[in-house]
Every structure is written in structure tokens, then in C-alpha cells.
Design a protein around this ligand. Structure first.
Ligand code: ATP
Ligand code: MG
Length: 449
């Protein structure tokens, strides 16, 4: 692990005395503390996160920004959220912060609630569980607390293990994450084989970070991703579904899903879709619609999860939708095997069906039978938005904007032709409602920060 010649960098090969380590690091993890002064401008940091850090410091707890926000700030990107790690235990968090709610069964995290439903997530330093650990709901909390070094090496990729000391304006790096940020390279902390087998969701996460942040993937990691791709089927489906939606919402969904397919991780998740891509005369066409959703997302327009999922699945449903007879039944027979064994929620799948079924009627224009009934349904704006992606060629965009006005008039509200990013009828209620329950980016099993 190289250290730059930066005069501000301090290096130590052993954990510092004030950094308790419960266990020695696994032999494949190379630990070397590098502390580097890199003060971020004050306005780059969320003011509520800064308040939390100051308050923890006042109560003499160690605390840092951690994970995605530090990585994104170093890469010159605006972080989505600001997560914090601290030496304060969950009960102590509750004592210090009146706005604290503890969540998670196995390992408790503190959610601090701020104005406009903002949540700052604060996790106590912890270590990765070993095979000998009792990680039952009852004991995980006491058994897994650790120090800052434990907490860094339990994380997935070196670039995600950096912490930022707001008070000193210093980055703390135990695992070579700073060098990897500078090189724009994605590497696991320790042996990629061990880390991917330990938690195969990291394979999908690797795709997400590589594509979204434009990173090269360490060749050893890339080989391990391909080797262990079938293991993703072992993971909890809600975690996988969340990571798949993160890919779809990333603004680089076309490239990401193509990579998931290429490494062999789509087959164990959505066997029918994988087969359809392999059998297609032009597999690239499968990702064209996602290319359009990417453009919109990059332009600042949110798109609801059901519309994104429809864009992923539509190319494999074209034939079923064009056939005569009972189209609804044809579609049902086609959709189910496409997404198995993945388990998207029933609600998501019902909306995908409705969005896809509505297309023929919407595309037929005002003359179409029963079309106006669609405008009164709660999925109307999502169906129209999907039409505006022109899944079947040019021309649908103009029609979509007419339908949008008609649907808005029926709903008794003005049609938002050029919506502000966060007020778009495209940000349909279904996607929003789901996402509010859990912050995007935070897996359901207490992995998170
Ligand atoms: P995003 O911008 O997509 O939210 P993120 O890095 O913030 O990316 P999160 O899923 O929000 O990712 O997780 C926060 C942090 O928790 C990560 O940066 C990483 O340090 C750690 N983490 C998340 N998932 C895992 C995992 N499966 N294994 C190990 N560490 C993880
Ligand atoms: Mg995050």
C-alpha cells in the first residue's frame, strides 16, 4: 500500500493506542493508518450532520463522517446522504439526542430526525461478525461493538471505508482507500474471493460503484465477481431488490444491467430475462429503453421504480403485448418467469403489468376504446410517462404530453409540462411511498453504515 509524498499525511502501520481493536485483522487485510488533512468547504457538508458531529464531540465521543459521503466528496460529487460513525452506544445516542429513534433488530442504529423528513444515520463502531459470534437478535448488539479500525475493515470496498474528522478536517484511512480514490479503482478490503462469498450482494454493489462513479475494477475483483456471480441467489431478496433499484435509479442503468448480465449475475436473479437477452438477435436493444431513463435521471427528473422496472422488462414483453387475444393473460404468462426467482413486491409487479397493458390504448390516441378510463387510475401518470419514453418508436412523446394534460384535467390539477425535478408527475406516488419507509441506500438487514 503506497503512501503519497504529501507532507500532511501521517502513517502508522499499527492501530493507534486510542483505537481499540477487538480482534486482529484477517491475514488478507493489510492495515496501515494514513491521516491526511483535506478540509472540505463548510457548505459541502450537511449542516445537520455537522451539528450532530459537534454535539457528539462536546459529549467527548469520537465521531466521523463515513462511507459514501466521504467517498463522494473526495470524488467531487454531491453526497446523497451523510452517515456518521461514533464511539457512542445506541443508548447513549438516545440520551444525547432528543430527536433519536433506534432502528434495527440485530444491530441497532440511531436515526436522528430533522426538518423535511431528513434522517441522519449514526452507527456505533462495530466489527464484522465471525462464525463464532452469537449474532442472534438478543446478543448481536453487545457482541459486535468494536473500534474505528474494526469498523473500517468490516466494510466492503476500500473507497467506502474512509472517515472524515470534521473538527480537524482530516481523512482517516486504514485500508488504502485514498490511493484507490486517486486512482479511481474499486477494490475490496481484503481478498475479493473471501469478501464476495461472505456477502454476495457486494457483487451487485461493485457493479453499481464501478458504473456510477466511472471506476476501473481491480482485475482480481473482476475475476472473483464472475466466479461467484451464481451466489447472489443466496442473498435475501429484499436486499437484492433494493440494490437492483439503486442500479435502475443510478442514471447509468443501461451500463450497469449490461454488466450484471455480462458477469453472469442476472441469470441467478432473473433467469427468464437473462435467457431473453441471450436469445435476442440484438442484445443491445434490451438496454435502449434504460438508456432513455438514464438520460432523464441525469437531467434531474426522478422516475418512479415501477416505470424503471417496466423499462427493464418491456423489451422481453414486446411479443406478448403485440399478440391478439387475451393480452393481459399473455403478459402475465410472460412476466412471471422473466423475473424469477427475484421477488419484487406484488405492488411493483402489478404496476408494471398495468403500465405495460395501458400502452396499446394510450398509443391509439383519443379514438382508442376505454382509454379515458386509464386516465382516472392511480397509475395514469406512470403509464403516460412510460409512453413518453417512446418504447415503440418516435412520436409517442407528443401524444404523452396530451395525455398528461388530459389526466391532469381529470384529476383537477394543472398539467406540469416542464416539472421541477422534485415535483414532476413522473415522480409518481408509488415509487415515493415505498422509498420513504427506508432511506434509499440502506439495506434492510442492518448492514448500512
Ligand atoms: P450509495 O451512494 O449507493 O448509498 P453507499 O456507499 O453510501 O452508496 P450504502 O448502501 O448507503 O452505500 O452503505 C453505506 C456504507 O455501509 C457503505 O459505504 C459501506 O461502507 C457500508 N456497507 C454497505 N453495504 C455493505 C456490505 N454489503 N458489506 C460491507 N459494507 C457495506
Ligand atoms: Mg448511502
Amino acid at each position: 500500500m503506497s503512501n503519497s509524498a504529501n507532507p500532511n499525511a501521517l502513517t502508522s502501520t499499527a492501530p493507534q493506542p486510542d483505537e481499540p481493536m477487538s480482534f486482529p485483522p484477517p491475514p488478507d487485510v493489510c492495515v496501515s493508518l494514513r491521516v491526511e488533512r483535506r478540509p472540505f468547504p463548510a457548505d459541502a457538508i450537511d449542516p445537520d450532520a455537522a451539528k450532530v458531529l459537534h454535539r457528539l464531540r462536546r459529549f467527548e465521543f469520537e465521531s466521523y463522517l463515513v462511507g459514501g459521503c466521504v467517498r463522494d466528496l473526495l470524488l467531487g460529487r454531491r453526497p446523497k446522504d451523510f452517515d456518521i460513525v461514533t464511539s457512542a452506544r445506541p443508548n447513549e445516542m438516545r440520551r444525547i439526542f432528543g430527536n433519536c429513534r433506534l432502528i434495527g433488530r440485530r444491530f441497532r442504529l440511531a436515526h436522528l430526525l430533522f426538518k423535511d423528513r431528513k434522517i441522519i444515520e449514526v452507527a456505533t463502531f462495530r466489527r464484522g461478525a465471525t462464525a463464532e459470534d452469537d449474532v442472534s437478535e438478543k446478543h448481536a448488539a453487545e457482541n459486535l461493538f468494536g473500534g474505528p479500525l474494526d469498523d473500517a475493515i468490516r466494510r466492503d470496498f476500500t473507497i467506502n471505508a474512509l472517515t472524515y474528522d470534521l473538527h480537524r478536517g482530516e481523512i482517516r484511512d486504514y485500508v488504502g482507500g485514498l490511493v484507490d480514490v486517486e486512482r479511481r479503482e474499486l477494490r475490496t478490503i481484503g481478498d475479493p474471493d473471501r469478501r464476495l462469498v461472505e456477502d454476495p450482494v457486494r457483487i451487485i454493489r461493485a457493479v453499481k460503484f464501478a458504473v456510477r462513479l466511472g471506476l476501473t475494477i481491480d482485475p482480481l475483483l473482476w475475476d472473483a465477481m464472475k466466479r461467484h456471480a451464481p451466489l447472489v441467489a443466496r442473498c435475501a431478496m429484499p436486499r437484492l431488490a433494493e440494490e437492483i433499484f439503486k442500479l435502475l435509479r443510478s442514471g447509468s442503468a443501461a451500463a450497469a444491467l449490461r454488466m450484471v448480465h455480462e458477469i453472469g449475475a442476472l441469470a441467478p436473479l432473473m433467469a427468464g430475462l437473462d435467457r431473453a437477452i441471450l436469445d435476442a438477435p440484438d442484445p443491445g436493444a434490451f438496454f435502449a429503453l434504460l438508456g432513455k431513463t438514464d438520460e432523464r435521471i441525469r437531467g434531474g427528473l426522478p422516475i418512479s421504480d415501477p416505470v424503471l422496472l417496466s423499462a427493464l422488462l418491456h423489451p422481453a414483453c414486446r411479443v406478448a403485448l403485440a399478440e391478439d387475444g387475451d393480452v393481459a393473460k399473455n403478459l402475465e404468462t410472460t412476466l412471471r418467469p422473466l423475473v424469477e426467482p427475484m421477488r419484487f413486491t406484488k405492488r411493483h409487479m402489478a404496476l408494471v403489468r398495468q403500465i405495460l397493458l395501458a400502452q396499446r390504448r394510450l398509443a391509439a390516441g383519443a379514438k382508442g376504446r376505454h382509454v379515458r378510463r386509464i386516465l382516472d387510475r392511480d397509475y395514469a401518470f406512470e403509464a403516460i410517462e412510460f409512453l413518453s419514453l417512446c418504447p415503440d418508436g418516435p412520436g409517442d412523446e407528443r401524444l404523452a404530453s396530451q395525455w398528461c394534460e388530459a389526466a391532469a384535467a381529470r384529476a383537477g390539477r394543472p398539467a406540469a409540462k416542464d416539472p421541477e425535478p422534485d415535483e414532476s408527475p413522473k415522480a409518481a406516488p408509488s415509487g415515493r411511498r415505498r422509498r420513504r419507509r427506508r432511506r434509499p441506500g440502506h439495506p434492510p438487514q442492518g448492514e448500512g453504515v
